[in-house]
Design a protein around this ligand. Structure first.
Ligand code: PLP
Length: 357
């Protein structure tokens, strides 16, 4: 099957639910677009996908993903430009990462045409759900899970790939208070930290809740061996501006290689901002803060693009960082990325996949 020729049968809804959507007051993750894409893997091959009305799926109680966690997912966004075209931001990168996760979790690789053509046809059908409003987007959730109805720990023989979407409002997140995690770990070398595997998130809930109870929005994971080096945050990579240099932990087998991370670093390089991808120790951050050189800290991820960090807690002390308004590096990169995603500036890195209606 080539990327251009896959024909996906679609069963459209009789009546769209779009009227239920209050575009000025979208609650994240609660209202789903009319349709979903579904493709099954059976008899050793991915089958032709289909587009169905969004709705419940019938599953055996023995569905193996529910017991043994063979489940992976992606998160991406689509925007509208001034002409009403749909602009998907770096879907190829999400496709590549999905298959990296698939390999680690013994899930058969998904063919590119099912992902790309599936997305395109799904979005054409649900075009009305891509909000045209500034700051809003359609959040898209592709995922694959094991569907054998079998109790026993072994890779499943059957899988389901699904894509559904939900409109999301502008992200007016307050600046974050984060705490450096001194005890729990998300990921170890040789583990599955680089994969977007469902179990990574389930196991992170307890430590995150503990930090929230102490008054912090999120924690920052440190390396599993010594708790000395910064890894990433809940659903974000983390970056710092130290003495006018943009510094971030290098990607490794223990960190999810964020697509926003990569995009932020590229835009920084385009702007001539010095960038360092390397190990970042907690000690270095504390020393930089003491010396007045820790100018900015922020998370990068699909949800917020850039989520500013106001305070970093470590070892009983809160390090309060300079005011958000004065953060030239992150604010200028965030604005540039917004312009790229909504087609307001030339797409020099071919990040945009345009669907003209
Ligand atoms: C653990 C983790 N790290 C980082 C990220 C940021 O990745 P991206 O920029 O591709 O959304 C995410 C979100 O997907 C995540 O779940």
């Amino acid at each position: 099957m080539s990327v251009d020729t896959l024909t996906i049968p679609a069963q459209s809804v009789a009546q769209s639910r779009i009227a239920e959507l209050d575009i000025n007051n979208i609650e994240f993750g609660k209202i789903f677009s009319d349709h979903m894409l579904v493709a099954d893997y059976k008899d050793g091959a991915w089958q032709t996908p289909q587009i169905l009305p969004y709705g419940n799926m019938s599953l055996s109680p023995a569905t193996s993903a529910l017991h043994y966690g063979q489940a992976i997912f992606e998160g991406m966004k689509a925007y509208k430009n001034e002409d009403g075209d749909i602009l998907l931001f770096r879907p190829q990168a999400n496709f590549n990462r999905l298959n990296i996760s698939a390999e680690r979790m013994c899930i058969p690789a998904l063919p590119e045409d099912i992902f790309m053509q599936g997305l395109e046809q799904l979005l054409r059908l649900d075009a009305a759900w891509v909000p045209p409003t500034a700051g809003c987007a359609l959040y898209i959730r592709p995922f694959i899970f094991a569907t054998d109805d079998f109790i026993g720990v072994r890779p499943s023989s059957n899988y389901r790939f699904v894509v559904f979407s939900c409109p999301v409002g502008a992200y007016y997140g307050q600046p974050l208070r984060v705490a450096i995690e001194p005890h729990y770990v998300r990921s170890v070398e040789g583990g599955a930290g680089f994969a977007k595997a469902a179990g990574n998130y389930g196991a992170a809930l307890y430590p995150a809740r503990e930090m929230q109870e102490k008054g912090y929005h999120q924690l920052i994971w440190t390396d599993a061996k010594e708790h000395k080096y910064i890894e990433e945050s809940g659903t974000m990579n983390v970056m710092f501006v130290i003495d006018n240099v943009l510094v971030t932990p290098a990607v490794s087998s223990t960190i999810l290689a964020g697509i926003t991370r990569d995009s932020v670093l590229q835009v920084a390089r385009d702007k001539g901002i010095p960038v360092e991808e390397r190990r970042v120790s907690v000690e270095e951050l504390v020393a930089a803060h003491k010396a007045g050189k820790l100018q900015e800290a922020f998370g990068t991820g699909t949800a917020a693009t850039i989520a500013q960090i106001a305070t970093i807690h470590y070892n009983g002390e809160d390090m309060d960082l300079p005011a958000i308004e004065g953060r030239q590096v992150s604010n200028s990169i965030a604005a540039e990325l917004d312009r790229i995603k909504t087609g307001q500036t030339p797409d020099q890195h071919n990040w945009i996949y345009k669907i003209s209606l």
